[in-house]
Design a protein around this ligand. Structure first.
Ligand code: AMP
Length: 192
């Protein structure tokens, strides 16, 4: 069982790296953003609700997000471990996650914070906006997402560093370089 959390600002490449890491470890990647987007595409009630927040760069309320993640974490394919991408995103969510995992007897093995400077994030966003046409990749919404990140998500770094779980990963390089940086951190913890 290897349980890893990935977090980082919008545009840092979390989704790409989470997918790669999950495949490398042979565990599922659980991406809350992707689950929301799939629901929006399928026009489910959850999707309709989430879209109202996502389009404005706001966090989807915990009353929606937490039960959704808990349901996903109780699926059988998660028993061997997982890479969480985009959850938790606030201190409140870290507490909910801690309690949910404690009930299952699961401990987080490592938390990787992907970092890159703002110019790089905006540059990546521009590329993704052209490729994926996401409703929240407009520049004004993106700037707001960066603010929400700084305010709500950045405090996770201290929270997990205090538990000796945090590794800060330089995500300014290309895909392969970032993957190598993540591996280095996991190897140091004997997780890879
Ligand atoms: P992401 O694909 O991780 O960039 O997420 C896209 C959007 O989905 C975010 O800007 C939020 O609006 C929403 N979202 C994803 N994960 C969460 C979460 N853990 N809590 C609340 N909202 C989330």
């Amino acid at each position: 069982m290897t349980a890893i959390i990935l977090f980082g600002p919008p545009g840092v490449g979390k989704g790409t790296q989470a997918a790669w890491l999950a495949e490398f470890l042979g565990v599922p990647a659980i991406s809350t953003g992707q689950i929301f987007r799939a629901n929006i595409e399928d026009k489910t009630e959850l999707g309709k609700l989430a879209a109202r927040y996502i389009e404005h760069g706001e966090l989807v309320p915990d009353s929606v997000t937490n039960p959704m993640v808990q349901a996903r974490l109780s699926a059988p394919d998660v028993k061997g471990g997982f890479v969480l991408d985009g959850y938790p995103r606030s201190l409140e969510q870290t507490y909910i996650l801690r309690d949910a995992l404690a009930k299952e007897g699961i401990e987080i093995d490592a938390v990787l914070e992907l970092v890159a400077d703002e110019d790089k994030l905006i540059q990546r966003l521009m590329t993704r906006a052209a490729e994926e046409n996401r409703s929240d990749d407009r520049e004004d919404v993106f700037r707001h997402r960066l603010e929400v990140y700084a305010e709500r998500t950045e405090p996770l770094a201290t929270y997990y560093a205090d538990q000796d779980l945090l590794d800060v990963v330089d995500a300014s390089g290309n895909k392969e370089q970032v993957a190598a940086e993540m591996l280095k951190a996991l190897k140091a913890r004997k997780l890879a």
